[in-house]
Design a protein around this ligand. Structure first.
Ligand SMILES: [Zn+2]
Length: 235
């Protein structure tokens, strides 16, 4: 990654929270890999914040019925609490990535704490699933310079998203999730959803589970394949 791109990526991180959407078009244009832009005939489906005993099994069940594989960005804390669920995700053929050990904004963490969090999260997930972790998505999508350095040192590719369902809000419904994803949906894009409400409104992930069948139908109806990032990105 060149210095110019590093600086741009850090600038993205400086615009935390909802403001991230305002810089998304620039990010998509200048950092397509970071934004999750992949094959034009494909859409990547990703889930953050799991595993979760209430929602991960339901998501896995829906995906199995729909014959869809996805990428799950797991938390180290959740994986340590629910290792069997993490192994269930892997056994079902899904890709597993790292979301962090703890779900904390990197803006308040220095280089050492950032590197320690990513290393701890990766080690817990790899030890408990037996899979090698290749991708990382920072909590809240906030990418800092320390985060970029830590990910590079650990051989992790950073991936954000191009569309989300705002499925973390208390008012989320299947219809609202679908409508929000539709607004950002594009060939070659990456969708962010959640299979856990451990960092969001209690019960919000139920809307995600309910939205999945129609979402997959609509993507396939556009003539697009849907799958994990490993089938989406060139590297
Ligand atoms: Zn998250």
């Amino acid at each position: 990654m060149t210095k110019a791109i590093w600086a741009a990526a850090v600038a993205v991180g400086a615009h935390a929270g909802p403001a991230l959407t305002t810089v998304a078009p620039l990010r998509v244009r200048f950092m397509p890999g970071l934004s999750g832009i992949g094959r034009r005939t494909h859409v990547a489906l990703t889930f953050d914040d799991g595993p979760d005993p209430e929602y991960t099994p339901a998501v896995l069940d829906r995906l199995d019925t729909l014959s869809v594989r996805a990428t799950f960005f797991l938390l180290g804390t959740q994986t340590a609490k629910h290792p069997t669920l993490a192994r269930d995700i892997a056994a079902a053929g899904h890709e597993i990535g790292l979301h962090g050990y703890e779900h904390r904004s990197l803006l308040r963490r220095g280089p050492y704490a950032t590197h320690r969090d990513l290393t701890r999260g990766r080690d817990v997930i790899e030890d408990l699933t037996g899979l090698a972790i290749r991708r990382w998505r920072p909590p809240y999508g906030i990418l800092t310079g320390a985060g970029i350095v830590a990910a590079q040192r650990l051989g992790l590719t950073s991936v954000l998203w191009t569309a989300w369902g705002r499925d973390w809000t208390a008012s989320a419904t299947a219809e609202s999730v679908l409508a929000t994803v539709r607004r950002g949906l594009r060939p070659g894009g990456t969708i962010l959803l959640h299979d856990s409400d451990c960092t969001s409104a209690p019960g919000s992930s139920a809307a995600t589970v309910a939205a999945l069948p129609q979402l997959v139908r609509e993507i396939r109806g556009r003539g697009l394949d849907i799958g994990p990032l490993r089938e989406h990105m060139s590297e």
